[in-house]
Write a protein that binds this ligand. Structure first.
Ligand SMILES: [Zn+2]
Length: 90
């Protein structure tokens, strides 16, 4: 079991930043990527309203810029949101 030094606390993450834009909400910074309608090929549950995002509906995917422990990039924590639900979020 390799133990990684925690030297990443203040370093920028060019990888995640290059994947999309970022927004700061009340619980931290999130990386956001828009999913256009033609790329929405699966149904997702929106955590904002607990309703489905149907196939073929443009929406966005967001994940925390600060990865949780055990997650290297935060991508494991990504969630799909209705655009309107994300905009309402604080
Ligand atoms: Zn929603």
């Amino acid at each position: 079991m390799a133990r990684r030094p925690s030297k990443h606390l203040r370093s920028p993450r060019p990888l995640s930043a290059s994947l999309g834009r970022s927004e700061v909400k009340s619980d931290g910074r999130w990386i956001i990527k828009n999913i256009p309608a033609e790329r929405a090929e699966k149904r997702y549950l929106c955590p904002g309203c607990n309703r489905d995002i149907p196939v073929g509906v443009a929406h966005l995917v967001a994940w925390p810029d600060e990865p949780h422990i055990g997650s290297s990039t935060g991508l494991d924590d990504r969630r799909h949101w209705h655009n309107a639900c994300w905009a309402r979020r604080r």
